[in-house]
Write a protein that binds this ligand. Sequence first.
Ligand code: G3H
Ligand code: 13P
Ligand code: NA
Ligand code: ZN
Length: 308
Amino acid sequence: MLVTTKQLFQECYGKYAIPAVNVFFMEEIHGLFSAAQKANAPFIVQTTPFARDYAHPEMLLAMIEAASSIYPDVTYAVHMDHGYEEHIFDAIRKGGYTSVMIDASHDRFDENVKRTRKVVEKAHEKNISVEAELGVLAGVEDNLTIDAAHSFYTNPQEVEDFVKATDCDSLAIAVGTSHGAYKFSGGQGLQFHILEEIQQRLPGFPLVLHGGSNVVPEIVERINAAGGKIKTDAKGVQEDEIRKAIPLGICKINIATDTRLLWTMVNREFFRDKPDEFAPTTPGKIFMEEYERFIIKKFELFGCTGKA
Ligand code: G3H
Ligand code: 13P
Ligand code: NA
Ligand code: ZN
């Protein structure tokens, strides 16, 4: 069943989190829907503007729709990740998404409010949920690179005014994560004191964690053993941090880096071990199966297994 993120968050708040997985191609969509059907877990399938440029928005949405009839028992939302007005208004006109993110987090507070408010007005007319963002994460985000000096944590003193003024349905916050494989290279970890203060000021309001990948050390080691050169200070959000963040209001956890690392591992190992092979479908099949297993483990960690 296709639902909004607002509906998913009403069920999960404080108890479990929903994985929001970025997809770019067919094998990921199969793996994600198949995992959800087996685990009976709710999920969010999301696309960035980069993914839309790569595959074409119509291709992505058609594949997602096809997956929903191949795997009919799943409960899911279709979300636009890191959207700007041009993508969002196009999506509102053409349909397919039940949720959008307006990423105006790089603007000043007033401008962020103004842009978010306008998106909320148009989206709510079509029963589409809106995720907004306050604070700036470091790292690579689609094709925008933010260095550490230009990133900043969400200011808890601004969150109530922001949510009231915009009427957004969920809020992405910057509490120490970054996009990509090098989140906690300095060892800083999630800033729980900031998260706690945000929850106190917005009790019951759904919060979103971007940069939610774990960056599994075994996967990084296997990539490097198969010829990759991922730097060894790669580090992600730890499992105990995820468990601790859920009762503090984190309802949606975004994942892109982890599945990209998984793809890299499968393909590097495959072509290292079978240098005479050239059929994309053989590693593609292995990837779909590995992906499904990987997502089922995320459902377990986030507590959403059996909750669809
Ligand atoms: O922030 C959004 C995604 O993590 C970035 O997607 O893989 O195209 O950079 P990407
Ligand atoms: P990761 O880079 O940790 O996978 O984060 C993805 C993300 O936040 C997409 O919006
Ligand atoms: Na942002
Ligand atoms: Zn993000």
